[in-house]
Design a protein around this ligand. Structure first.
Ligand code: R5P
Length: 299
């Protein structure tokens, strides 16, 4: 098997290849003057097994086009394609919330599969159950790397009591997994979003059960609003707060917003091609390598 980095690979591909003793190459890409995207494989790979690595942030739409173009190429050259998407964009529109909306996640997944993906691997996808539902004949693995966060937190806060906080019901699996690895308790907050205005309300009562350090766990930090609302409430009660979120998009003033809400540290994974000062990025390559082997994606 060969590992091929697509232009959005946040550096996982080369490290993963060297960790696993596999050959690695990158796809050449450029943009035409009119904005169209061009990719080219400079060495021929045909009738082989490949693991393509791509992140879809930033910028989602360009990264999606690169991915679709690459899949057409590798498929037509007779390769067996496994795809590792470190950050899957459009994952939150996983159903028709308001009449007239597309199920964007379904559209993205179907487009990938139609271009010949045999195995799809995601890292902490927003809703892996929905993805599974949209896939029929291909293998799907969602890696939930809470043990990576647990290891870092246990080392940093050795002996300190912690409570994991899920900011909404969708984060329950993450909270359960992180709490299990930390040996701590957890609480789940109810989140209600007005689908027209986008405004979010939280039912914060469970926060009274938080003791010790609060670890807010989520898949994505976008504007930071979800986490900041909960962190402000916890810090106003004198609780110390840290965040463990897989995908730190941190758009606009998100980092400042989180700082003002009392978040002490942000732990994230290097799943997107954007690195910000003030975020602690954890190494996930050994974890991914082990899991790809366990799942039989890499033999
Ligand atoms: C939503 O359900 C997700 O899991 C995240 O909680 C959300 O995308 C975070 O967005 P923001 O940082 O803009 O509040």
């Amino acid at each position: 098997m060969k590992v091929v980095s697509l232009p959005g690979d946040p550096g996982v591909g080369p490290r993963l290849a060297s960790y696993l003793g596999l050959e690695h190459t990158s796809l050449f890409s450029k943009r035409f003057p009119d904005g169209e995207i061009y990719v080219r494989l400079l060495q021929k790979i045909e009738n082989d097994e490949v693991l393509l690595v791509q992140s879809m942030y930033p910028e989602q739409n360009d990264r999606l086009v690169e991915l679709l173009l690459a899949l057409e190429l590798f498929n037509r050259y007779g390769n067996k394609v496994s795809l590792l998407v470190t950050y899957l964009a459009y994952a939150r529109q996983d159903k028709e919330f308001l009449g007239g909306e597309p199920v964007s996640l379904k559209s993205i997944i179907k487009a990938m599969v139609a271009q010949g993906v045999e195995t799809l691997v995601t890292i902490d996808a927003h809703n892996p159950y929905a993805i599974k539902e949209f896939l029929s004949n291909i293998k799907y693995v969602n890696l939930l790397p809470e043990e990576v966060f647990a290891k870092a937190l246990s080392e940093r806060y050795r002996g300190k009591e912690m409570t994991v906080v899920a900011p909404d019901q969708g984060a329950t699996d993450r909270a359960l997994s992180l709490a299990k690895h930390l040996g701590s308790g957890y609480v789940v907050i109810q989140k209600v979003r007005d689908r027209v205005t986008g405004q979010v309300k939280h039912v914060l009562d469970p926060l009274s059960k938080v003791s010790g350090l609060a670890v807010i766990v989520d898949d994505i930090i976008s504007t930071g609003g979800t986490i900041a609302g909960i962190a402000s409430c916890l810090s106003s009660r004198g609780v110390e707060v840290v965040v463990a979120a897989s995908h730190a998009l941190l758009v606009g003033e998100a980092l400042e917003k989180l700082g003002k809400s009392g978040v002490r540290e942000i732990y994230a994974l290097p799943t997107v091609s954007r690195v910000l000062d003030g975020v602690i990025y954890l190494d996930i390559v050994p974890y991914i390598a082990r899991e790809l082997k366990n799942e039989g994606v890499i033999l």
